[in-house]
Design a protein around this ligand. Structure first.
Ligand code: SAH
Length: 394
């Protein structure tokens, strides 16, 4: 097996079980590993530390799978890890009100580079690294055998694949084509979306619990949902008895699906859909003198890299300021960020700046995080990416 010999002093993070080895930490490569092949990680002192998969093009040259020298990166390891991931979701799997959840969350489940989402009878998967992509057949057959899914669909159409030297990939891997749209159940509510054409792996599972928490503030209220996609938060708000819902998203097809999702849940709440750029739409609503009791902000990831963090924060500040201006005194701002590089602390500071500039006083009532099917591994704090605040605004 090929060996990566680390530079002096660079073994600590590996010993602390951080699952990434950066190219800058490697002194030399012994042997000539092919993309995705297993490699041993050896300290500068010659001590065996861990075993991972090789990726020559990425800055992260190895993703670590095991710290046990007896354990090989083979079908048995994958099956053990998958079973552990499934066991960790047993409560969700047994909940009849929900049939969509993240089954495998990459590094957090000991499977760097692998995302598996369950949507009713179908799986949507992302293979994000060489180590996973080169084992796609093995993984598909294990998932087919051990999940009872009717079909497995690949949605590896994401830019991070480029960093690994992989092309975007999409299509049916195994079994039946998923229906389009596909229907799932979440906390007793029904949602339809396109697994094939939709965003991300089709739907945003990470906000499941937060939707319920935000909906608790919506009964009898005028709600403005911004960055709605197919209406996760807005359908919950309507079901909780919102007086009216205004939904803003740049994607017209997403808003069309949102309308259908409202109907699917027999909700006849007055609904206004506005397709457009949220930054402009919110300004326009203010000019028109509109106001709301609840504003929900769930923007896309603004920061893709460290270099973008400052600009992302300006974006978060601006959109939150616009939202604050639209809130009636005593209203609720539910605001999120899914940029992993913007910490919860930093996000709170951004909100502080927005409230100060908007001349509004805000109290934090609740702090939001990604759902428990997106666990945060203690040895890999980078796996925490979603944060949010529910604030009362005066
Ligand atoms: N709240 C949704 C998920 C939102 S994902 C849910 O619970 O399912 C982010 C959404 O923001 C996407 O639907 C995307 O179309 C939309 N979006 C991205 N940039 C935007 C912009 N500048 N203005 C309005 N919507 C935007």
């Amino acid at each position: 097996m090929a060996r990566l010999i680390l530079k002096a002093g660079r073994g600590k993070s590996v010993l602390q079980r951080h699952p990434w080895v950066f190219s800058g930490a490697v002194k030399r490569v012994e042997g000539s590993p092919t993309e995705g092949q297993a490699v041993d990680i050896i300290s500068a002192e010659g001590e065996w530390l861990a075993r991972g998969t090789w990726s020559s093009r990425s800055q992260i040259v190895a993703r670590l799978f095991t710290w046990d020298p007896q354990e090989n990166i083979d079908g048995e390891l994958f099956l053990r890890r998958l079973k552990r991931a499934f066991a960790g979701r047993a409560d969700l799997a047994a909940d009849p009100a929900t049939n969509a959840y993240r089954l495998v969350f990459a590094e957090s489940d000991g499977l760097p580079g692998l995302i598996v989402d369950r949507y009713a009878d179908y799986l949507s998967v992302q293979f994000l690294t060489q180590g996973i992509a080169t084992r796609s057949e093995l993984i598909s057959s294990l998932l087919a055998e051990h999940t009872g899914a009717r079909g497995i669909y690949e949605r590896s159409d994401v830019d991070v694949r480029h960093k690994e030297g992989l092309e975007r990939a999409e299509g049916l891997l195994w079994g039946e084509e998923p229906p389009d749209p596909l229907e799932i159940r979440e906390n007793g509510m029904r949602f339809r979306f396109s697994l094939r054409g939709g965003q991300k792996t089709g739907y945003y599972l990470d906000q499941r619990d937060n939707r319920r928490r935000v909906a608790a503030y919506c009964s009898g209220r005028d709600v403005l949902g911004v960055f709605t996609y197919t209406g996760g938060f807005e359908v919950y708000a309507a079901a909780a008895g919102a007086a009216s819902v205004v939904a803003v998203d740049s994607s017209a097809p997403a808003l069309e699906q949102l309308q259908q999702n409202m109907a699917l849940n027999n909700l006849s709440t007055p609904l206004e859909c506005i397709a457009g750029d949220a930054f402009q739409v919110l300004r326009r609503l203010r000019e028109e003198g509109r106001s709301f009791d609840v504003v929900i902000l769930d923007p896309p990831k603004f920061a893709q890299s460290q270099a973008q963090v400052e600009r992302a924060c300006r974006g978060y500040k601006d959109i939150n300021m616009q939202a604050l201006h639209l809130l009636r005194p005593g209203g609720i701002l539910a605001t999120c960020s899914c940029s992993g590089l913007v910490s919860a602390d930093l996000f709170q500071k951004v909100l502080f700046g927005a409230a100060l500039d908007a001349g509004r006083e805000a109290q934090i009532l609740e702090q939001l995080r990604q759902g428990p099917d997106h666990p945060v591994l203690l040895t890999f704090p980078e796996s925490a990416y979603l944060k949010g605040l529910i604030c009362r605004v005066w």
